[in-house]
Structure formats: C-alpha cells, structure tokens
Write a protein that binds this ligand. Structure first.
Ligand code: FAD
Length: 461
C-alpha cells in the first residue's frame, strides 16, 4: 500500500477499503480499451486505493479526509464508461459509489434514487407505478444512474426524449462538495446540468431526480434488407413516423450483423439490419413499412419472452454493437458522429460510399437536445494507424458531420472544446481544491491561478 492509502485506511478503518493491487487496478479501468489510442495513453494510470461507502455519512468521511489531506478522488459507478472516464490520472482514492444505491420514490411521472442504483433496478422499481426510464443505455443492467449522468449520453428512448441533456429530462441533482467540511447542495433545472457529462470532476452526485415516461410492453424485432439505401430509408421513416410508437431504432449495415453470432439464424448473409423496439399497437404499421421498403421481419420477441429469456436486442445496440464486433475481431475500433438533421441521409450515403470496406455504418436514430429527428453514428472502423483514424474523422468533419472523438480522455477534447464556462464556475463551488480526478478538466487549469501552479506537477506525476 502507498503511504496515502495506508494513512486513509488507518484513519477510517471501519470503511470497506479495497487495497489489493489487482482489484484496485481493475477498478481504475473502464471500457477505454475499445480505443487502441486510449489503451496506450491510459496505460499504468491507476488509483492507490478504492473505497466502497454505503451511506452518506461514509461518503462524507472519505471526502473530508481526502480534502483535508489534499488527496485526489475519482468517482466511479460501475465503470462501463468508454473514455477512461473513471480512470484516476494522478492516483489517489477511487470512490466507488455502486453500493450507495437505494431507490427513493416515484411520484406521478418523476422518480428519484441514489446515484449508485443500477439503471435496470431503477427501471424495475418504476414499472409497478406504470412508468419507465426515458433512456436506457445498452449497459443498463450494470451501469448506474450517477454514471449515466456523469459520463453518458442517452440510449434506447432517446428517439422520443432526446439525450439526458435535453431540458426536462433530469430535474434535480443532490451533490456533495469536496471540502474538509463537505456541504450538500441541491440543484434544479439548468443549474443541475452543469454537473452533467463532466466525468466526475464537478462534485459528487448523491441523488438524481429524473422525469419518467409511461411504461410500454415493448416488442423486439429485427428487419433485414438487401439494399443499404432501403434499410436506411426504412429506419429513418419509421423513426420519424409520429403515429408509430417506438423506443429504439438501430441501423447496422453489412457486414456488422455478421458479428452478432448469437443472432446468426435471424441475419441473412450480406444483408443490412434494423433492430427495433416497438409498441405492440404499432407493430402492424411497422411491418407495413418494412414491406414497403422490400425488407422482412426475421426476429420477433414479445416483452414477456424478452423478460423470461434474459436476452434483449438492446444489448446489440449503441456501443454493444462495437463490443460484439470486438469479440469477433480485435483489430476494430469505432468513432462517434452526429449528423446534420437537415442532410442526415445524404451525409450517411456519401460517407458510406467514400469509406466502404474500412468504415462500417452503425446508426442510432434519436431526437437532438433541441427536438429535431436525427441519427448519430457509432461507426466501426478497421483500425490500421492512429494517423488513418484521425484522417477518417477529418473526412467525416469535411462532410459537415460532427465528431465526438472517443479516443481522447480530457472532458473538453470529447466536446470539440465547446465547454460551457459555467461548468468551471460550478467546479469552483463543488471542488475548490481541484481534487476530483485532477487533470481531467483542462479549463480548470486555465482559469484557476492556484490550479495552474499545480498543473506542471500533475503533468509530470
Ligand atoms: P462509470 O463508468 O463508473 O462513470 C462514468 C463517469 O461518471 C465517470 O467519469 C465517473 O467519474 C462519473 N461518475 C460516476 N458516478 C458519479 C457520481 N455519483 N457523481 C459524479 N460523477 C460520477 N452510454 C450511453 O450514454 N448510451 C449507451 O447506450 C451506452 N452504451 C454502452 C455500451 C457499452 C458496451 C459500453 C462499454 C459503454 C456504453 N455506454 C453508453 C457508456 C456507459 O456505459 C454509460 O455512460 C453508463 O451509463 C455509465 O455508467 P457507469 O455506472 O458504468 O459509470
């Protein structure tokens, strides 16, 4: 154990500390290995010790001790993030909040829970009230509510409600400051969103209050198509058809379906597939539309069949698509892209033609934060070199497509350097000493004189 770890352990012996180097090493990682670039850049970065508090009082003890001694703290949910989001860049304590997971309540269309609750558990608690979560990332079985807020975007359901960041989705946040005497602050509305997607650098989120949506017994289907354009146009038309209720539309161009080995019997060779979650009363309309586009429905499971089989198509969508592909071919990686809602189909077709064979098209249909119908890409890449990867992303940008680079680990780099300055203001309030995963939020060092003095030391640490 390092001196830091030993001191904390001795100071708070009753807490659930994890000091075993192998386990601490595992808790220092997430799914950054999807990127060969991040795998290289984050190698060797790890915490000194991890702790798993189960009550607010225990969290407060750890936070107060770290703030008093100036020890870095990295918050972790279930560690399913993709960009080393919960990897400590400069050691210290990993604050694993997966045990801080009590469900709170559902009142009308609103639910509240502690941040470490798994999304699947939250969803299950909401169902008896006739409600469900508005967005489920494909990692919903293990991912936590706090982790989705801290590092996630959205998921199934974003086709109706947009990403988490769309106004009205997240209603309130209760968070703890990192100070020798930690304070607890509740933020509502837009202020709460200044803690969103900041990779755990802007306060320790204790509870979240989120808007829900009436629960539906979703039927899961796969439609397959011989023609790329027909599959794409079906996915787009079905997504935006206002009368047809759906939760998920995922388009995977050939040859991606071949990576879904456990669905092989439903995926004819060389065909393009659309994975769908559709309301039972909208299935007939969906089937008509599939037929109009020359496709066929090759797979269908009712909600009851999904529940009893424990197998859901959701775990083939979003970044699970990449995971299935990587299981078959370790030489792959991916990019994340946001199309222009006005020109989305034209852009997709042009890029498919330009990079066919090297980039495999995977699209998730959704509404933007502003409400426009759109698709975002999690394209799978046959990786050769970092230089070529950067060229591919530039080709996307040259076509007017936004790239959210998943091969970088600093908050601003994943947001094209478009960080709301108010985020840094909020950090001043919640983490005045800059102890939450130091180095992760670059803008902090530009604006805080005392933090700037720390920056060179951090860079060489
Ligand atoms: P972690 O990875 O543990 O943490 C994520 C970030 O949040 C970290 O920076 C951490 O410091 C911070 N954090 C965690 N808890 C707190 C807290 N209480 N207070 C403050 N900060 C906190 N994402 C999507 O949005 N949609 C998807 O569909 C999706 N699919 C995925 C599929 C795969 C196969 C993989 C590997 C990832 C996918 N992701 C997706 C990314 C990730 O799974 C989600 O963002 C998930 O919600 C993260 O939850 P987690 O508990 O694992 O968070």
């Amino acid at each position: 154990m390092t001196t830091t770890a030993q001191q904390l352990h001795d100071l708070l012996p009753d807490l659930d500390w994890i000091a075993d180097p192998l386990r601490v090493g595992r808790l220092s990682q997430d799914f950054a290995w999807f990127s060969p670039v991040l795998k290289r850049d984050l190698a060797g970065k790890r915490g000194d010790i991890a702790v798993r508090p189960r009550t607010e009082a225990e969290i407060r003890q750890v936070v107060a001790a770290c703030a008093s001694a100036g020890i870095p703290l990295t918050v972790r949910g279930s560690g399913t993030g993709n960009y080393g989001q919960s990897t400590p860049l400069h050691g210290g304590v990993i604050l694993d909040l997966s045990g801080y997971n009590a469900f709170g309540w559902v009142r009308g269309g609103v639910g509240r829970a502690q941040s470490g609750i798994r999304l699947a558990d939250f969803d299950a608690q909401a169902k008896p009230h006739g409600q469900e979560l508005r967005w489920l990332p494909s990692t919903y079985r293990s991912a936590t509510l706090g982790g989705l807020f801290g590092g996630g975007f959205g998921g199934a359901g974003s086709i109706n409600h947009g990403p988490l960041a769309a106004p009205g989705n997240v209603l309130a946040v209760r968070a703890m400051t990192v100070e020798p005497e930690p304070q607890i602050i509740e933020l509502r509305g837009p202020e709460a969103m200044l803690l969103h997607h900041t990779y755990g650098t802007n306060g320790i989120v204790l509870e979240l209050e989120v808007a829900l949506t009436p629960a539906v017994e979703w039927t899961e289907c796969i439609a397959t198509f011989e023609q790329f354009d027909a599959a794409l146009e079906f996915a787009d038309r079905f997504s935006s058809a206002p009368g047809l209720e759906k939760k998920e539309v995922c388009f995977v161009a050939a040859p991606i379906p071949q990576y879904f080995t456990s669905l092989a019997e439903h995926l004819p060779a060389n065909q393009h597939a659309v994975l769908l979650l559709v309301a039972p009363h909208s299935e007939a309309g969906m089937r008509d539309m599939v037929a109009q586009h020359g496709g066929q429905v090759t797979y269908r499971k009712t909600a009851d069949e999904v529940a009893s089989s424990h197998k859901t198509l959701l775990e083939y969508t979003w970044n699970h698509t990449t995971l299935h592909a990587l299981k078959v071919d370790k030489g792959l990686t991916y990019i994340q892209s946001g199309f222009n809602p006005m020109h989305r189909l034209k852009q997709v077709k042009a890029l498919e033609a330009a990079l066919k064979g090297e980039v495999m098209m995977h699209l998730e249909f959704l509404r933007t934060k502003e409400g426009a119908f759109n698709c975002s890409g999690l394209q799978i890449i046959r990786y050769t070199t970092e230089e070529r990867l950067n060229q591919i992303m530039q080709i996307y940008r040259d076509h007017g497509v936004q790239i959210n680079n998943p091969h970088v680990y600093i908050v601003e780099d994943g947001k094209q350097n478009n960080l709301d300055p108010a985020v840094v203001g909020m950090k001043r309030r919640f983490d005045p000493q800059g102890l939450l995963n130091p180095g992760k939020l670059r803008s902090w060092y530009a604006t805080e004189p005392h933090a700037a003095a720390l920056a060179p030391a951090l860079q060489t640490a």
